[in-house]
Design a protein around this ligand. Sequence first.
Ligand code: COA
Length: 260
Amino acid sequence: MSNYETILIERRESVAVLTINRPDKLNALSSKVHVEGVQILDELRNDKEVRVIVIKGAGEKAFVAGADISEFAEATPVEQRDVMNSRSLFTVLDTFPKPIIAMVNGFCLGGGNELAMACDIRIASEKSRFGQPEINLGIICGGGGTQRLTRLIGESKAMEMILTGDMIDAQTAFNYGLVNYVYSSEELEAKTMELANKIAEKSPVALQMSKEAVKFASRSNMDEGLRREIDLFAICFSTEDKQEGVSAFLEKRKPVFKGK
Ligand code: COA
């Protein structure tokens, strides 16, 4: 794969671990991180060897402490709109055909929390802190925060977080349903990789269809969602993976899925 300045890529068998690598700026999302993130995901999209992606932040302090505020100083509305629209890392993550796990190891703020929410599963260390502090800068969320946070944790709690800009701790994030698990810093990586490896063994086609169907649930009404689910379910019947999964069950063996 190509080399990137702001994101490190490491392959661990069928899991690709992406590390946002600006620790001296608490991994703030510069426009370069957005551009490189989208390029990396475009490379990984077609890479059959990679079945699951884990995203983390470099260093001990932060996952991502938000958009790079220094870039806001000079940005015009039109430029800012273009960054969010045409190079939106959030949208690429959200619609990516493979599962993505955010491994949150510290501050997860603003665009960082929006990035984590655009992923499919969030796992946090005990010391993590979550928030949407945009209000303190006189602006609002622009990477999906008002929409995804509200859908994940409900309007009352999302409203409070967004209107106050206050941070919540990892246990509160777990209680709210914002994160799936909370582990000690020592356990975080091993537990995250355990989950990533478990998912990586499933059929890549079925994973893609599952992700699309689940994401559709909060974007449609029940009848449309049920119809979409049936279509995606039916597509699975055209795959070798479905033959393999059913045969393996009947033959009492472990399936080996190829993503075909
Ligand atoms: N954009 C740009 N730089 C950022 C940043 C961001 N979102 N968050 C942190 N940094 C930089 C700091 O400016 C500092 O750089 P410097 O050493 O060159 O001065 C460095 O990262 C370390 O941050 P610092 O503020 O010194 O760490 P801290 O432990 O005192 O505070 C935070 C940590 C997260 C509370 C604080 O950095 C913060 O509030 N960051 C902004 C969060 C935010 O508003 N995000 C939403 C943006 S829309």
